[in-house]
Design a binder for this molecule. Structure first.
Ligand code: GLA
Length: 677
C-alpha cells in the first residue's frame, strides 16, 4: 500500500535543550548502587557504557544510608558513585531521597505516620508512609535536601535534580489531625469567610452549617456520604499539599544549586489524585513515569495518550520519560512480559510524542526487596539475554535521533482534560456507577489514534484557537469561565463535540441553574430534561446504525438539530446526537456512550479528520524543526506498511526513493527533504 503523508508545512522554532548539560537523548534509568557491593559498581559502569547509557537517576531511596542517624551523614559512598559515573561520562539526575524516610524517623515521630480514610494509622516498612502535612517530615526532608544540595551543587556530573519520587503515589491523602488542621488553614485561605464556605459547600443540605472553622474535619469514612464539595476541596488541598512539599525542596535546590534544573517524576493519567497541570507550572522540566497496562490489548494507545498528556501539561515543550520498563512489571495482577520489539516501540512511542529521554526503572534487577520480579535494563540473567540485547540496540538507535530534540509535535486535535472534573465525577452517588472519566476520555482519544491523528490535551479555560476541532469527554465539572471560553471558541469557527454528563456542576459541585447541561446548555442548544441511566448490559439503538450503553437522556432540542435519534430504550424517539450551529462554528452533543467504530463514525461526521488508507495499527506522529519535518512511524501490526514519503530514514540511514517500508512491529523515523515547504 502506498500512501502520501504530508510531513510538514511550516517550519518551527527549535526549543532550547531541555537539559543543557546532556549531550543527547537521555538513555538510562534509576540506578541503585546502594543495593550492591562496591565492586559491582565497576561492572555497572562498564555495562552502562556498552549499552550507551548517558543519564542515570541516583539516590532515590537512599535516605537511610545518607543519614544513618538523625543529623549524621555519610556521603562517602555517593561521592564515589558520582565520580565513577562522571569518569565514564554518564550524567547524573540526583534525587532527594525524601520518598522513603528512614526507620529512625518514624520511631522518633510516630505522629508523622499516614492515617487512611478509615482512621487507621498505617504501618511503615515500605515507602511514602508519611503524612504530607507533617511538620517533622517537612523539616527532616528540608535538612537532607540542603545537605545534598550543598555537597553536590558544583559536581560536574550533576545534570538534573530529581525531587522525591512520584509525589502522592501511595500517600495521596492523609486524614490525621495534623492534616485536618492543615486542611482548615487551606480552607481559610480559599474562602476567608466561613459564610462563603457554607455557601460554596451548600451546607444547608443535611444541616451541616459550620459556625466555627474548628468544626471542619477531614472527610473520613462516615456512616453515609460526606458532603461532596467538602470531599472535592479535600482532594484539591491534598494535591496542593504535596505540591507545597515539592516547591519547598525545589526552592532549596534553586537557592543552593543555581542553574541546575529540578524535576519530579509524574504518574500522569495513572495517579488520579495529583493535578499535574498545576504542578507542571512549578517544575523546571516535566518528567513522567509510564507503565503499560500489560494485559490490556492495544495498550500502546494508552501509552500514546499518557505521552500526549505529558507533552500537553509541559505546554508543548519536550519532557523526560523518567521511568518505563524493559519488560514486565511486578505489581499488576498478571505481569505479562513484553514481546520482542515491544520495548523499542514503547520507547519510540514516548519519544515520538515529545520525550527527550528513554529512562527505565531500573538499571540492574534487585535481588532483594519488593521489586525483585520487576524487569530491568540488566536482568537477573545478565547480558546473555534478549532484554539486554534490545536495551543495547535501543541505546545505539537513540544516538541517531539527537536532532529530534527541541522539535515540536504537530497536533491535529484538542481534547479537554481536567483533574478536578475527574475527581468530582467519580465521587459517590452519581446517577450511575458506570460513569467513568478515564473511560470516556480514553474512548475519544482512541478514536483520534485510530484516525492516525495526534491530540493535545487542553484546559477548557485556555486558548483553544489553534484547534479546528475540540473534543470534550465528560467535563462534568465546568466552570463559568470554561463555558464562556468554549462558547467563544465555537462562535469563532471551532467545532466542539461534547459527551453526556458534561457542564453539570460548577467548581463546588453545585448544579448549574436552569437544567442540564447547565453551563453548556445554550451553547449546545439542548436541555436534558432527565438522565436515563441504563441497566447493566442494556443497549440502546440509534437510527444511524450505532448503539450505546450505560447512559441515555431525555434530550429536548432548544436550537440544535437532531443528527441521531434513539430507536429504543428509555429515550426512544428522542434526540441522541445533536448539532447546534453557533456563530461560525458548530457544537455537537452525544448523549449516550458510543465506543469504537460507532464513536468514530459520529466524530468524523462532526468533522474529526482522519488519514484514510493507512494500516490500522500504524501509529504516526509528525514533528517540526527549524529546517526539517519528521515523521515517526510505529507499526504495531503484523504486516509491513508502506508510506509514500520523501526523505532520509534516521535509524537505518536509508534514503527515500519516494516510498518507505515500516516493517511489521518496526519503527521508522523519516526526515523530510522538503524543508520549509
Ligand atoms: C514506580 C516507582 C519506581 C518503581 C516502579 C516499578 O514508577 O517510581 O520506584 O517502584 O514504579 O514499576
Amino acid at each position: 500500500m502506498s500512501i502520501v503523508v504530508p510531513v510538514h508545512s511550516e517550519p518551527a522554532d527549535q526549543a532550547e535543550p531541555l537539559l543543557p548539560r546532556l549531550a543527547g537523548i537521555g538513555f538510562g534509568g534509576d540506578y541503585n548502587p546502594e543495593q550492591w557491593p562496591e565492586q559491582t559498581w565497576y561492572d555497572d559502569v562498564r555495562l552502562m557504557r556498552e549499552a550507551g547509557v548517558n543519564l542515570v537517576s541516583v539516590g532515590i531511596f537512599a535516605w537511610a544510608l545518607l543519614e544513618p542517624s538523625p543529623g549524621s551523614y555519610d556521603f562517602g559512598w555517593l561521592d564515589r558513585v558520582l565520580e565513577l559515573l562522571h569518569d565514564a561520562d554518564i550524567a547524573v539526575d540526583l534525587a532527594t531521597p525524601t520518598a522513603a524516610p528512614p526507620p529512625w524517623f518514624f520511631r522518633r515521630h510516630p505522629e508523622a505516620r499516614l492515617v487512611d480514610r478509615d482512621g487507621r494509622v498505617l504501618g511503615v516498612g515500605g515507602r511514602q508512609a508519611f503524612c504530607p502535612s507533617s511538620p517533622a517530615y517537612r523539616a527532616a526532608a528540608a535538612r537532607i535536601t540542603e545537605q545534598l544540595a550543598v555537597r553536590y551543587a558544583g559536581h560536574p556530573a550533576l545534570t538534573l535534580w530529581h525531587s522525591h519520587n512520584e509525589y502522592g503515589g501511595v500517600n495521596a491523602h492523609c486524614y490525621c489531625e495534623t492534616s485536618a488542621e492543615a486542611f482548615r488553614a487551606w480552607l481559610r485561605r480559599r474562602y476567608r469567610h466561613l459564610d462563603d464556605l457554607n455557601d460554596a459547600w451548600g451546607t444547608s443540605f443535611w444541616g451541616q452549617q459550620y459556625g466555627d472553622w474548628a468544626e471542619i474535619e477531614a472527610p473520613r469514612v462516615a456512616p453515609t456520604v460526606v458532603n461532596p464539595a467538602q470531599q472535592l476541596d479535600f482532594l484539591r488541598f491534598s494535591s496542593d499539599t504535596h505540591l507545597d512539599n515539592f516547591v519547598a525542596e525545589r526552592n532549596i535546590l534553586h537557592r543552593l544549586s543555581p542553574g541546575v534544573p529540578v524535576t519530579t517524576n509524574f504518574m500522569i493519567a495513572n495517579c488520579k489524585w495529583i493535578d499535574y497541570r498545576r504542578w507542571a507550572a512549578e517544575v523546571d522540566v516535566v518528567s513522567n513515569d509510564h507503565y503499560l497496562q500489560a494485559e490490556q490489548p492495544d495498550n500502546h494507545i494508552e501509552l500514546a495518550m499518557a505521552a500526549d498528556l505529558t507533552r500537553s501539561v509541559a505546554d508543548g515543550r519536550g519532557w523526560l520519560l523518567m521511568e518505563h520498563s524493559t519488560s514486565a512489571v511486578n505489581w499488576q495482577p498478571r505481569n505479562v512480559a513484553k514481546q520482542p520489539g515491544e520495548l523499542r516501540r514503547n520507547s519510540m512511542g514516548h519519544l515520538a510524542r515529545g520525550a527527550e529521554s528513554a529512562l527505565f526503572f531500573q538499571w540492574r534487577a534487585s535481588r532483594s526487596g519488593a521489586e525483585k520480579f520487576h524487569s530491568a535494563m540488566l536482568p537477573h540473567s545478565g547480558t546473555a539475554t534478549r532484554v539486554w540485547r534490545e536495551v543495547c540496540a535501543l541505546g545505539a538507535e537513540l544516538a541517531r535521533l539527537d536532532e529530534l530534540r527541541g522539535t515540536q509535535v504537530v497536533a491535529d486535535v484538542g481534547v479537554v482534560w481536567d483533574w478536578p472534573s475527574w475527581w468530582a465525577l467519580e465521587l459517590e452517588w452519581r446517577p450511575s456507577v458506570d460513569l467513568s472519566y478515564l473511560e470516556r476520555v480514553s474512548a475519544f482519544y482512541e478514536a483520534t489514534w485510530r484516525g492516525h491523528l495526534t491530540a493535545d490535551f487542553v484546559d477548557a479555560e485556555a486558548d483553544l484557537s489553534r484547534y479546528p476541532i475540540l473534543l470534550v469527554p465528560s467535563l462534568y465539572l465546568t466552570t463559568a469561565a470554561a463555558a464562556t471560553n468554549l462558547a467563544a471558541y465555537v462562535r469563532d469557527g471551532g467545532t466542539l463535540v461534547v459527551s453526556y454528563f458534561s457542564g453539570i456542576v460548577d467548581e463546588n459541585d453545585t448544579v448549574h441553574a436552569g437544567g442540564h447541561p447547565g453551563a453548556l446548555r445554550d451553547l449546545l442548544g439542548v436541555t436534558v430534561e432527565e438522565f436515563l441511566p441504563l441497566r447493566e448490559g442494556e443497549r440502546v439503538s440509534l437510527d444511524g446504525g450505532e448503539s450505546g450503553d450505560v447512559w441515555a437522556e431525555h434530550v429536548v432540542l432548544d436550537g440544535a438539530e437532531a443528527m441521531r435519534h434513539y430507536l429504543d430504550g428509555p429515550a426512544a424517539g428522542g434526540p441522541a446526537v445533536t448539532r447546534h450551529r453557533v456563530g461560525n462554528g458548530t457544537a455537537w452533543y452525544i448523549s449516550t456512550r458510543l465506543t469504537g467504530d460507532d464513536l468514530s463514525v459520529v466524530l468524523r461526521e462532526a468533522g474529526l479528520p482522519h488519514r484514510d488508507g493507512l494500516p490500522e495499527n500504524l501509529e504516526i506522529v509528525r514533528r517540526l524543526g527549524p529546517a526539517h519535518g519528521y515523521l515517526i512511524a510505529i507499526n504495531h501490526g503484523d504486516r509491513d506498511a508502506t508510506l509514500a514519503v520523501d526523505g532520509d530514514e534516521l535509524l537505518t540511514g536509508a534514503r527515500s526513493s519516494g516510498e518507505f517500508v515500516v516493517p511489521a512491529g518496526g519503527v521508522r523515523v523519516l526526515r523530510s527533504q522538503r524543508a520549509r515547504m
